[in-house]
Design a protein around this ligand. Structure first.
Ligand code: KIV
Length: 290
């Protein structure tokens, strides 16, 4: 579907044409998986800005305002320095730029792990100030009590297990998880604990394929893979990775475009025109409305 936008001059909001479907709800996403089967896989991509959200929205069920924005947008070395203010600002922008997909915002490191109460206060601020549909947090068994606390108080929670980037210092890097039988069993236990606690969906990142399949089969809620298996109930990728914005991406990422190449070529073309004074004047670029 090709979407265009009309600017509402009073609010500067770009409204999509044609008007998209109603926004998907968390129960609708949760119910995609029935009796262990997900007939229509869940499509999720990260989004950090309003314009990016406008372009992705019609194609996605879920837009994730991931704390990967630390590396992708801010050039930080990991997601650990990402603040709640950053997540709230980008979450609100993605909310303004989307109409159809349910928006999920990551809770950043250090804002939810201390207690269920701390997590509730953080998540409540995120929902209040961004208008998002739910939050994502990292961790399995250790976070189950928190997931139950939030879910029972009206906050939909997406879990995140396997390779959990906020635990990079403890994991010792970003390598695939679940290679040993003991670790694989632990990860299946994490998934079960989150599902029983009320998580509406679980992201499983960077695990060996048989483990991604085992986790998908082990729980009732949709399991969304990133570097897991095509057999998961859905998939997520970092949008800039799949657009080809970076030279180095995780091995499992398929590039669907070469946006880095397009930007670089356009900038080189512009720079050449400025330098040789062939940069077009207004009479060449301005096209008056008919
Ligand atoms: O922060 C993020 O973008 C994520 C996805 C990679 C799942 O958590």
């Amino acid at each position: 579907m090709s979407t265009t936008f009309q600017i509402d001059t009073a609010t500067s909001r770009a409204n999509p044409t044609p008007t998209p479907m109603r926004r998907l709800t968390i129960p609708a996403i949760r119910q995609r998986k029935k009796d262990g089967v997900t007939a229509e896989p869940v499509v999720m991509l990260t989004a950090y800005t309003a314009r990016q959200a406008q372009l992705l929205d019609a194609h996605c069920d879920l837009l994730l305002v991931g704390d990967s924005l630390g590396q992708v947008i801010y050039g930080l070395p990991s997601s650990l320095p990402v603040t709640l203010d950053m997540m709230v600002a980008h979450g609100a922008a993605v909310g303004r730029g989307s109409w159809h997909a349910a928006v999920i915002v990551d809770l950043p490191f250090g804002t939810y792990e201390a207690s269920p109460q701390q997590a509730f206060e953080t998540a409540a601020r995120v929902l209040r100030e961004t208008g998002c549909a739910g939050v994502k947090l990292e961790g399995g068994v250790a976070m189950a009590e928190t997931v139950a606390f939030l879910s029972q108080r009206g906050i939909p929670v997406m879990g995140h297990i396997g390779l959990t980037p906020q635990a990079v210092n403890q994991l010792g890097g970003y390598g695939a998880r679940g290679r040993s039988e003991a670790e694989a069993e632990k990860i299946v236990g994490d998934a079960r604990a989150l599902a029983e606690a009320g998580a509406f969906a679980i992201v499983i990142e960077g695990v060996v394929e048989p483990l991604a399949v085992a986790v998908t089969k082990a729980v009732d809620c949709p399991v969304i893979g990133i570097g897991g298996s095509a057999q998961c109930d859905g998939q997520v990728l970092v949008t800039e990775d799949m657009l080809g914005m970076f030279e180095r991406v995780p091995r499992f990422v398929k590039r669907y475009a070469d946006v880095a190449g397009l930007i670089s070529d356009a900038a080189a073309h512009y720079a050449a025109e400025v330098r040789d004074r062939s940069f077009p004047g207004i009479e060449q670029t301005y096209q008056p409305k008919a």
